[in-house]
Write a protein that binds this ligand. Structure first.
Ligand SMILES: *Cc1c(COP(=O)(O)O)cnc(C)c1O
Length: 394
């Protein structure tokens, strides 16, 4: 089996798994309890907070643990909106290709009287900093732009956007779920005020993540109850998950450069191999993209059929994001970069992991090429394209 859907989720590392099991077995105390096994749990919790903060250049008190990336996105945006509302600022700036955890939260705020501007994403899958600068208004309380896109892998000019937001006095949130553990991040140098991350995207466990909030940025609690997480997130802490996340992040940051170099070389071989398939196109910039992300459109086929046939050949891939699969609408990300519906339907996302071999890369290229050709052989859309009844776009 070749697992090429690491943007959907990753396999836990052995280190993260060992940490999880050890803590669940041995340090089962409640960190809020005063006796020794509780206090031991509290120490593990705070050590995890320090270790995680250090990786992104933050202080431990700026890290709040959450149930994952979606919760962190919700909390970041709702908190910034609450702060803005107090000052009479009810405009939020974002982009059209954000994750649904961001887009749906913005929809909710619109119903509460907020105005939302979604910037266009260019064909290269990148937001332009000068367009962010132009769209910021007097009443803008938040700019939220993702660090790296989960479908097409493009890496946004975060440092430039951060500098603009700082200069204009607007809070800047970035959904960095695809970037943390894969790209070097420094919240100070990049002027990030709020940042979301999720453990299962960097070989940690599912159901745990964190929100970085710059000192002085008051968070709104989404869950009421006890005083855990300094009153910002009630509920007994998921200690095994949190410690395991810290372990996974430390491992990822230690091998980040080596992994990125390795993945980039395999990614570029895949892009070259799949690019040789007629009437295909890479989605998003070829260079400013995550080391493990390969996203293509193939004209004249359905991405869903391609996936199922690849699965039969032992290759696990995706057509877009895991969140939209099961719906027949083409991906909002591909539409945002200007792919027309028919083309967007023929998409394939391969997100490779550090354990991929050269042989597997060649198997993927061969299998995709064969399967695309096979699907085209009985596709009415392809027949019309070949007979000239309709014209090729790619
Ligand atoms: C996976 C993902 C999320 C959601 O994270 P969960 O931990 O699954 O809730 C949010 N944003 C992006 C960009 C993602 O890739």
């Amino acid at each position: 089996m070749i697992y090429a859907d690491n943007a959907a989720t990753t396999r836990m590392s052995d280190g993260a798994l060992d940490t999880f099991v050890t803590l669940a077995k041995e340090t089962y105390g409640n960190p809020s309890s005063l006796y020794s096994i509780g206090q031991r749990a509290k120490e593990v919790l705070e050590k995890a907070r320090e270790d995680i903060a250090a990786v992104i250049g933050a202080g431990p008190r700026e890290i709040t643990f959450t149930s994952g990336g979606s919760e962190a996105d919700n909390q970041a945006i709702l908190s910034a909106a609450a702060l803005g509302e107090r000052k009479g600022k009810k405009h939020i700036l974002s982009s059209a290709f954000e994750h649904h955890a961001v887009l749906h939260t913005l929809e909710k705020l619109k119903k509460q009287g907020f105005e939302v501007t979604l910037l266009d994403v260019h064909e290269d899958g990148l937001v332009r900093p000068e367009e962010v600068a132009r769209a910021i208004r007097e009443d803008t309380c938040l700019v939220t732009i993702m660090y790296a896109n989960n479908e097409i892998g493009t890496i946004q000019p975060i440092r430039e956007i951060g500098a603009i937001c700082r200069e204009r006095g607007v809070l800047f949130h970035t959904d960095a779920v695809q970037a943390v553990g894969h790209l070097p991040i420094d919240v100070e140098a990049e002027n990030i005020d709020l940042l979301s991350a999720s453990a299962h995207k960097f070989h940690g466990p599912k159901g745990v993540g964190f929100l970085y909030a710059r000192k002085g940025t008051l968070l709104t609690s989404l869950i009421e109850g006890g005083a855990q997480e300094r009153g910002k997130r009630a509920g007994t802490e998921n200690l095994p998950g949190i410690a395991s996340m810290a372990k996974a992040l430390q491992e990822a940051s230690q091998s980040m450069e080596r992994n990125a170099e390795y993945l980039t070389s395999k990614r570029d071989r895949l892009i070259a191999g799949l690019g040789a398939i007629p009437h295909s196109a890479l989605n998003g910039d070829a260079v400013r993209r995550l080391p493990g992300n390969v996203s293509f459109c193939f004209e004249g086929i359905e991405g869903e059929s391609l996936l199922l046939l690849l699965d039969d050949k032992g290759i696990q891939a995706s057509s877009g994001s895991a969140c939209t699969s099961g719906s027949l609408d083409p991906s909002h990300v591909l539409l945002a970069i200007g792919r027309v519906h028919d083309v967007a339907h023929g998409s394939l996302r391969l997100t490779i992991g550090e354990d991929i071999t050269d042989e597997e890369v060649e198997t993927i290229i061969r299998s995709v090429a064969e399967t695309v050709e096979y699907l085209r052989s009985f596709s009415p859309v392809w027949r019309d394209l070949m007979s000239g009844k309709s014209s090729f776009i790619l």
